[in-house]
Design a protein around this ligand. Structure first.
Ligand SMILES: Nc1nc2c(ncn2[C@@H]2O[C@H](COP(=O)(O)OP(=O)(O)OP(=O)(O)O)[C@@H](O)[C@H]2O)c(=O)[nH]1
Ligand SMILES: [Mg+2]
Length: 283
């Protein structure tokens, strides 16, 4: 799989983050709970430096509860601050505010001792489409920034001030120039972090079928009414196309329509609550 999607706005965004990190007190690092490991962007290490980080496992409504719990245990044992949330559910906001308050407490104490007051500022970072802007809206209780179900919605920086005084900087989702790991690249495609236009959707949907048949065979069977999910992915693809009637005039398979339908079912959570990776890959 040869994927390259590193448009100019991402280079610009990384530069903007490098500049702005100097004036923030903490970082909210958003990870899609369906594939947290794939969401670690190597370009962020340099940006983060020594700033306190809150890892935000988002989209938990679509993720496998057991595997999410493994991620939580990993963060706990590594002494890293984290929250697991569903940003589209408004009641989650206080968890994040609390986590930011905790990681910035030493700094606020220091300022208070000097008789100084300064608003707490946080930079929100993550790969495209992981829910950064939705999290900011969830915290602000209004539609402060634009969101959308495709990657590359946020194009520039935008500060949002909350009633609590907390100031959040929304950033465009960024990737890295070259993927040398096909598994990571394909999982980023599944979760919609890489634009569909730059990939071969047939290849990506077959990779998804492969992963699902290995990890969630029963979900795959149930959703697409398949009997034998041990068949190769291209055979499963054909069966799904035939069962759903994704055929062109003449009887050939409508490959694009079928590939999109499979990916769409996954992205909307119709196949089930799924998570592809566990923290072991980082250890
Ligand atoms: N089911 C579900 N959908 C979510 C959640 N959080 C965000 N979304 C959806 O995911 C899509 C992307 O959300 P955004 O907030 O625009 O993502 P972003 O990280 O700001 O994306 P870019 O600006 O493109 O980098 C939107 O359709 C959101 O409604 C969640 O917790 N659960
Ligand atoms: Mg955004």
């Amino acid at each position: 799989m040869n994927i390259q999607w590193f448009p100019g706005h991402m280079t610009k965004a990384l530069r903007m983050m490098e500049e702005n990190v100097k004036i923030v007190d903490a970082i909210g690092y958003v990870l899609d709970a369906r594939s947290p490991a794939a969401c670690f962007n190597p370009s962020f290490d340099k940006i983060i430096g020594n700033k306190p980080v809150v890892f935000i496992l988002n989209k938990c409504d679509l993720a496998d509860d057991k595997k999410v719990e493994e991620w939580c245990n990993y963060f706990r044992h590594s002494n890293l601050s984290f929250v697991k949330i569903t940003a589209t559910a408004s009641k989650e906001a206080s968890k994040i505010t609390q986590a930011f308050a905790t990681v910035t407490a030493p700094l606020r104490e220091k300022l208070k001792a000097k008789g100084l007051f300064k608003p707490v500022r946080c930079l929100i970072i993550g790969v495209p489409n992981c829910g950064k802007s939705t999290i900011i809206n969830c915290l602000s209780g209004r539609k402060a920034v634009i969101t959308g179900d495709r990657p590359g919605v946020t194009k520039g920086k935008q500060w949002v001030r909350l009633q609590s005084g907390l100031e959040l900087l929304d950033t465009p989702g960024t990737l890295w120039p070259k993927f040398d790991n096909d598994t990571v690249a394909s999982r980023l495609c599944f979760i919609g972090s890489i634009k569909d236009d730059v990939v071969d959707l047939y290849e990506v949907s077959c990779m998804l079928l492969n992963e699902l048949s290995a990890m969630y065979p029963q979900y795959l069977k149930d959703r697409f009414k398949l009997t034998d999910v041990t068949l190769p992915a291209n055979a499963l693809f054909e069966q799904i196309a035939t069962k759903r009637g994704f055929l062109l005039r003449g009887g050939d398979i409508d490959v694009e329509r079928c590939a999109k339908a499979i990916l769409d079912d996954f992205r909307k959570g119709k196949i089930g609550k799924i998570t592809f990776d566990t923290p072991e890959v980082l250890l």
